[in-house]
Design a binder for this molecule. Structure first.
Ligand code: 5RP
Length: 221
């Protein structure tokens, strides 16, 4: 039980209004949001960003929308691994980055819920950038990232096997030892590597942040 995550998740649930179409993020902070949302008993529906979130929504009775037939969302709520003062994010610690980015881009309003200690001066300072890679391209993508100065760790599952996302892809966690000097340049450079399906830099997407702390406080950004 995390007070900081609960405070952020509950504050986000208060933003939801009857009839809204939602983007439903992934992770332990979002779990508090989903619980608080279900408790409100509103008539809402949402696009889940992972199979785990879809399963939890079914358990809680939150109606699901098919992204294929959803042209826009009123509000997306999701966690983050890092955020900076300009609300730029690193995401993907839970492996759901590709669907999370698709859903965030569909939303008129994208609220990040996180603990206050995830605020950083510069993206990449505390968390690597997750890079989702089509398995066929793991070798070539790994070589390109290494040549560009990233230190790589291929993500593994609990049994030590190569991790697979809900999309069947692998993840390389890419750390830049000197930090990410220009996230906008890195954003485009990573996206252009053949075989990269998505990466965890989320720029110009978040519209606000709700940051909880362990004393029950909430910082709004
Ligand atoms: C999943 C994510 C999560 O939102 C991020 O990892 C934060 O998770 P948590 O709320 O459990 O700290 O990006 O892909």
């Amino acid at each position: 039980m995390s007070t900081a995550k609960r405070v952020a998740g509950e504050a986000a649930a208060e933003l939801v209004e009857d009839g809204m179409r939602l983007g439903l993020g992934t992770g332990s902070t979002v779990a508090y949001f989903l619980d608080a949302l279900a408790a409100r008993g509103l008539d809402v529906a949402g696009v889940p960003t992972s199979e785990a979130t879809a399963t939890r929504c079914r358990e809680l009775g939150i109606r699901l929308l098919d992204v294929a037939t959803t042209d826009a969302l009123d509000l997306a709520v999701d966690g983050a691994d890092e955020l900076d003062a300009g609300l730029e994010l690193t995401k993907g610690g839970g492996g759901a980055l590709l669907r999370e980015k698709v859903v965030a881009a569909l939303a008129d309003r994208f609220v990040v819920i996180a603990t206050r200690d995830k605020l950083v001066d510069r993206l990449g300072d505390t968390f690597p950038v997750p890079v989702e890679v089509v398995p066929f391209a793991l070798g070539p993508v790994g070589r390109v990232l290494t040549e560009r100065g990233f230190e790589l760790t291929e993500r593994t599952d609990a049994e030590g096997r190569s991790y697979r996302t809900d999309n069947g892809n692998a993840i390389l966690d890419a750390r830049m030892p000197a930090g990410i000097a220009d996230p906008a340049v890195t954003d485009v450079a990573l996206a252009l590597i053949p075989g990269v399906a998505a990466h965890g830099l989320f720029l110009d997407l978040a519209t606000e942040a709700l940051l909880g702390d362990d004393e029950g406080g909430l910082l709004r950004r």
